[in-house]
Design a binder for this molecule. Structure first.
Ligand SMILES: [Zn+2]
Length: 240
């Protein structure tokens, strides 16, 4: 049996699949992975992305934060790829209960997924730090300098910056979904970013599948490891 046939068999036998995805899911839609080393950004910006996307930097260098954010984080033209679409299809078919993602681009919802736990927030939601008024991503894109609310307050993206904690309700929802899953597919992540590896520990079943281009530290624990593209792999799955 090939790896793909094994994956198909597991999916066919499961009814509470949870997908847990990392940056690799979004890079296949052309969105950059900011945790990877990228010399280009270091040439163009005076600080590395990890510094710019930190809470301290947001509080102290707000204009430079938004220059970078508009340029690199607001990938509003990106479209869902085969992975996003197949996962939405599995949810509609009653096979998949939740998507847990480390990505902030909203592409799972754009593909049609409804139950999505966005561990690191979303660029599509933005909140005034003074009055709490909500703004969409276009408001940020169309503003100049620091986006300012009609009340005069600064508008902050609902994105978890470095040094900031995760939203506890989102995390609890993800833990609950994973602990009740009968299959866990982990895709497009090397499982090194907190809290990725810890979340996988909540899965107690016998269908843990890892799909990634490179080896991960949990390969030894998985029931099936597929080395390759998450989009190309899921594209070949038939939804019963
Ligand atoms: Zn306001």
């Amino acid at each position: 049996m090939t790896d793909l046939e094994q994956l198909q068999g597991m999916i066919s036998a499961s009814r509470r699949i949870v997908f847990f995805g990392g940056a690799g899911v979004s890079t296949e839609s052309g969105i950059a992975d900011f945790r990877g080393v990228d010399g280009l950004y270091r040439q163009k910006y005076r600080y590395p992305p990890e510094t710019i996307l930190s809470h301290t930097f947001f509080m102290t260098h707000r204009k430079e934060f938004f220059d970078f954010y508009r340029d690199k984080m607001l990938a509003l033209g990106a479209q869902p790829n085969a992975a996003h679409k197949k996962l939405a299809e599995l949810e509609r078919a009653g096979k998949l209960t939740a998507v847990v993602t480390q990505n902030i681009d909203g592409l799972h919802q754009k593909a049609g997924s409804r139950n999505v736990y966005e561990l690191h927030g979303s660029v599509l939601r933005n909140t005034c730090m003074s009055c709490g008024k909500k703004y969409g991503a276009e408001f940020i894109r169309n503003s100049e300098g620091v986006p300012t609310c009609e009340c005069g307050g600064a508008v902050k993206p609902d994105v978890v910056l470095y040094e900031e904690g995760l939203d506890q309700r989102t995390l609890a929802g993800a833990v609950d979904a994973i602990s009740r899953a009968d299959m866990l597919i982990v895709g497009g992540t090397s499982l090194t970013v907190y809290p990725a590896a810890g979340l996988v520990d909540y899965y107690r079943g016998s269908r843990l599948v890892l799909i990634n281009r490179t080896a991960t530290q949990l390969d030894g624990r998985a029931d099936l490891v597929i080395t390759g593209s998450i989009g190309e792999t899921l594209a070949q799955i038939r939804v019963p």
